[in-house]
Write a protein that binds this ligand. Structure first.
Ligand code: SF4
Ligand code: SF4
Length: 361
């Protein structure tokens, strides 16, 4: 299999050890050795040695969420996310993607989202229309908020309205490229989608990213792929923190006790851990659950629930257990995808709130 020298080095240098074995949310959910990062590296190594075919490991390649917990924990500095993404890109080039991934890639290219959806709910559509006028600031909602959790997208808009922010929301928001990057890595198709999105974003002074997956992609991956960005890209959480600090967002702390689910894109990739906490502390009493900030455990997402729904439910249930096992019953999220995943698994045992829920309560 064609791989960059760097990816090959990481695959062959990985000691297939136990150091990151226990922290993989997928491996822990399935209980299967094959789901762990070390097994994935071993599988790729076997393909590189022509011992097995690429097709044999492709389902396993798509079990990885790219959450980076293994990268964070590998003290020898090897990067399973990097080599997994390279294998995805290579499989796309060799036409060896699983059919369920091919279908989502086609959807991304046809409709801009992996779900193949074209219509958003009426409430969100009306709120977007009210912000069609061009302002300096663009609120970028992202595909999960638009197509899979439109109530949360609507609330994200209402919070900024309450703070008196003048902003635009696009009816024809381009895809950031985050989903294509997850599905097929640094291919020409992904870069073209990113370039088209950057062109739109560059028409604004500031772009606020509601979805941490988009924020990470634009603030980090665009640079790695040579996509130029002239606007100021900020996370929704840091934007909210500034609104609380300035007093534009009036806070009333009702004393509700909550814990916070750090999205890995913020806490590990962008090293942003305090802004969401600052906002939460203005509206509630914040406790900390097990494994937070850079050590966070991913709680699932919408995209992977389309092809491994049972695993996503287990991933979310395990994260809920991290809160309930220390007596906590309210989890606040800052990722719309984790919100949906946790909500689907909560079964009334725990309350799942978004930051917007907390603020608008
Ligand atoms: S990525 Fe690092 S910690 Fe994980 S199995 Fe390989 S060498 Fe061990
Ligand atoms: S990136 Fe996350 S899901 Fe993927 S192997 Fe590493 S720990 Fe597991």
């Amino acid at each position: 299999m064609m791989m960059s020298e760097k990816a090959k080095q990481h695959v062959e240098s990985c000691r297939f050890c136990w150091m990151c074995h226990h922290i993989c949310p997928i491996g822990n959910a399935t209980g299967h050795e094959r789901s762990t990062p070390r097994a994935r590296a071993l599988g790729i190594s076997l393909v590189n040695r022509d011992a097995i075919e690429l097709d044999e490991i492709m389902d396993n390649i798509y079990e990885c969420a790219g959450c980076g917990a293994c990268v964070h924990d590998c003290i020898t500095g090897w990067d399973p996310v990097m080599f997994t993404k390279e294998v995805r890109a290579q499989a796309a080039l060799e036409d060896k993607l699983p059919a369920y991934i091919n279908a989502m890639v086609d959807n991304c290219l046809d409709t801009g989202n992996a779900y193949g959806k074209t219509a958003i709910c009426d409430r969100l559509a009306m709120a977007i229309t009210e912000h069609s006028k061009t302002a300096d600031t663009l609120l970028f909602l992202g595909v999960d908020a638009r197509y899979e959790a439109c109530e949360q997208g609507y609330k994200a808009i209402k919070v900024l309205e309450n703070a008196g922010v003048k902003f635009t929301v696009l009816a024809d928001e381009p895809a950031s490229g985050a989903q294509l990057d997850f599905l097929i890595g640094a291919t020409e198709e992904t870069k073209e989608q990113m370039q088209a999105a950057a062109k739109v974003m560059n028409g604004y002074k500031t772009v606020v990213f509601y979805d941490p997956a988009d924020a990470k992609t634009v603030k980090q991956t665009y640079g790695e792929y040579g996509i130029e960005l002239d606007c100021k890209a900020v996370t929704y959480t840091s934007f909210l923190a500034e609104l609380v600090r300035s007093g534009a967002l009036q806070a009333k702390n009702k004393g509700k006790t909550v814990v916070f689910q750090d999205p890995f894109q913020l806490s590990r990739d962008l090293e942003e851990t305090e802004e969401a906490r600052e906002v939460i502390k203005a509206f509630a009493e914040l406790h900390e659950m097990l494994l937070v900030k850079g050590e966070t455990v991913w709680a699932g997402n919408v995209l992977m629930s389309k092809y491994i729904p049972d695993v996503m439910k287990l991933v979310a249930e395990r994260r809920i257990l991290n809160a309930t096992s220390i007596g906590e019953s309210v989890i606040v999220t800052a990722s719309v995808s984790e919100y949906v995943s946790l909500k689907n698994a909560s079964e009334g045992k725990v309350e799942i709130l978004s930051l917007e829920d907390l603020i608008l309560d």
